[in-house]
Design a protein around this ligand. Structure first.
Ligand SMILES: NC(=O)CC[C@H](N)C(=O)O
Length: 379
């Protein structure tokens, strides 16, 4: 067992919301000011995976579990046999800032290499503790998600100055994330003859790992790779990955998805990928009031009437009423609020889920969605 103490905590910290709310707390991690969409996640564990999930790029993440950081951070350099990070979902911290109720001052775990606070300091990301995360959650569920500023400083904070800056920043909805999160060049994992192309709109490592577990070479390509280029790899199937931002901001990927459907290429969309596939197949997307972020979201598979507990992290969705005139039928529905959680093309080999079958963090109940892709590829 290794134990370490936080070193960069107890700074000045303020969280300022665009509705004018100012919350006082203790700053930790890196001293800086960031702006982003404030969201909340109800998962009890998994901050190492969540903080490195590219889907959180541009967001200030509130963790509702009251004590965060107690198991520290594992080895950043540990990789599996394919060279994919063992414990993290991408190579960098993706969140803009972190909001917690209590930061564990001491972290203990057999696999610990550093504290959360130290990792955030190294990654130049600010955090704030001592915040009533329950009050934030109530506010966001009532008013909807909003933009916010998080300031961590070694000196007193000028709130009015930050409020003025916050009033003038670009909102999350119109931010363009693809050039930040997507790979610049193709990346190949494995040497099998049969391959799956993963279109990287902010892919998590766990998605690539699941393709490897199916027994296929994984070829990860940039978000705007054209259809013909994808076909030049002669893939058995294609995965459209999860990722940050509004799916309407990925027109190039929508265009590729249209051609994948037209040509009946076995395709699986995950989260942002599902929304992109939805748009390609004539559904419409919309912004949810406060999204689904957690690891215990119940979804019904309408083909079997079986309920699964799923991991989720999204703020947009496919409009249920737009399905009727589209090329898709409903596959999964959210048991809490009836939102669209999965779609299947009426005639082509194309499936998509709004939740995360790869989990990371979260339950593995829906890993079988990858087997569904395999069935389409081996048909
Ligand atoms: N995890 C994801 O892929 C998120 C998709 C999209 N950015 C949303 O918030 O809905």
């Amino acid at each position: 067992m290794t134990t370490k103490k936080s070193k960069h905590a107890n700074k000045f910290g303020k969280l300022i919301l665009s509705d004018g709310t100012v919350l006082d707390g203790m700053g930790f991690g890196y001293s800086t000011t960031v702006f982003g969409e404030i969201v909340f996640n109800t998962g009890m564990v998994g901050y190492t995976e969540a903080l490195t999930d590219p889907s959180y790029n541009g967001q200030i993440l509130t963790l509702t579990y009251p004590l965060v950081g107690n198991y520290g951070i594992p080895d950043l350099d540990a990789v599996d046999e394919d060279g994919i990070s063992k414990f993290f979902e991408s190579d960098t911290m993706q969140i803009r800032g972190l909001v917690v109720h209590e930061l564990s001052q001491t972290a203990s775990h057999w696999n610990l290499k550093m504290t959360l606070d130290e990792w955030m300091y190294n990654e130049k990301v600010p955090g704030i503790s001592g915040i009533d995360t329950r009050a934030i959650t109530k506010k966001l569920t009532t008013s909807g998600v909003m933009m916010a500023a998080l300031v961590v400083s070694d000196e007193e904070i000028d709130v009015e100055k930050v409020k003025n800056e916050l009033a003038n920043i670009t909102t999350y909805n119109s931010e363009k994330f693809m050039d930040i999160v997507s790979t610049k060049e193709e990346k190949i994992y494995g040497d099998e003859n049969n391959s799956v192309v993963v279109i990287d709109t902010g892919a998590k490592n766990a998605i690539v790992r699941n393709i490897r577990e199916l027994g296929y070479k994984a070829i990860v390509v940039p978000w705007n790779t054209p259809f013909d280029k994808i076909m030049s790899y002669k893939p058995k199937g294609v995965v459209l990955s999860s990722g940050p931002g509004d799916p309407q901001n990925c027109p190039d990927t929508v265009d590729t998805a249209k051609k994948l459907i037209e040509n009946n290429i076995p395709t699986l969309g995950i989260c942002l990928g599902a929304q992109i596939i939805g748009i390609a197949g004539n559904t419409e997307t919309y912004k949810l009031k406060y999204g689904h972020r957690g690891q215990n979201k119940p979804c019904v598979n309408l083909e079997t009437n079986q309920v699964y507990v799923t991991s989720q992290n999204h703020g947009y969705g496919i409009k249920p009423e737009s399905l009727e005139k589209s090329d898709f039928k409903l596959w999964f529905a959210n048991a809490d609020d009836d939102t669209v959680e999965g779609i299947k093309h009426k005639t082509k080999n194309c499936i998509a889920v709004q939740f995360h079958p790869e989990a990371a963090p979260g339950p593995f109940d829906c890993k079988y969605v990858f087997d569904e892709l395999k069935k389409l590829m081996e048909k």
